[in-house]
Design a protein. Sequence first.
Length: 149
Amino acid sequence: MNPSKFQIKQISAQETYKVRLPVLRPGKPIDSCVFDGDILKSTIHFGIYLHDELIGICSFFKNSHPHILDKQQYQLRGMAVLEAYQGMGIGYKVLQFGEAYLKTKGIKTIWCNAREVATGFYEKCGYQIFGEPFDIPEIGPHYTMKRSL
């Protein structure tokens, strides 16, 4: 796909639901897409568009992990790309854009709770697993992963 056809921009929490629901919460009610902290001023949401269609999203929350000593850290949550566009580098593009933005704000570490099926994606993006796997009820097995910017 031609990279010039993509546009990445900051979006509202509500706009992320168009991608969160079918990818992260299929078959669940729309309110399952609302995350604690979504509307805080410190939370940042990015969307990647192909023409005028939102096809991928990621959200960054000012949240400290107890096992990360760096005080300048953010949590990545709600990373998702519509199924028809998965495997094309779309997720990497929007994630890289968000990380670059946070780096300009002095953030040193990004961490996330990655679904087991997504750990390979995050490893390709420079994230490393730390700690033991854990289960999130109704969603499944996860690993905590982190990356220094």
